[in-house]
Design a protein around this ligand. Sequence first.
Ligand code: ZN
Ligand code: ZN
Length: 264
Amino acid sequence: MKKVNYHTHTALCLHADGMETDYAREALSARLDVLGFSDHAPFPDNRFDLRMQYEQLDPYLQRVAGLRSRLAGRLDILAGLEIEYCPDMLPYYRTLCEKRNLDYLILGQHYFTDSSGALVNTFRCPPGADSSLVLEYARSVQEGLETGFFPVLAHPDVIFVNDLGWDENCEKATDIILRCARETKTVLELNANGVRRGKKQFSDGVRYPYPHPLFWKRVAKSGLPVLINSDCHNPSFLWDDAMLECYWLARQWNLCLTDHFRRS
Ligand SMILES: [Zn+2]
Ligand SMILES: [Zn+2]
């Protein structure tokens, strides 16, 4: 297996440190084979904050392309974006994939639209929410993956940052995501940034906010391919203890690791 990381942010997203050259320096010293950039994608209407501004998209892609040619033969550099699925943005995803020369889009549902049409911040469940929110999240992930624009699903279990308790809804939601990942040939990401947040007491046990062990036990049973990504927001996190912990967890949980995915 190659040594890879496809989930890398840069200072352009306004909540990370370091530019593409700083991450490349780290990747060379950690002897990575592939370094993929996937900064938080802008939307043309700049609808979400704390991310790249739309005006920065072209400069971002040019910087990554420049780095790619400078490092050719030493380190494979890829240009991607991490982006939310919003039902009204299909033409935009198509433009990104077809006209902007991107290598891939990673789906990261930091926000999702629920069945009533309301926008939910995945990290802050609305007051009074219960585990049915996990089902709402799963359905929005499913709708996103079915568009075919996203070959990788970032932190598929990110909804468990909320303390909703593990129950039948969570099992059902996990199965929706896994079934859909199988049908759309989407690779699931085991995300080291959840590990960096540290273990906490939740009502379903002491665990990382994500990865959630019960989610990944079902992934193991499914045999679906899993990609470990750093999701680094600082060059020093590119290949750190949280990454090593993810590789250790993957072994403990018997996950089927992969180092690649289909290109959109
Ligand atoms: Zn971020
Ligand atoms: Zn993310």
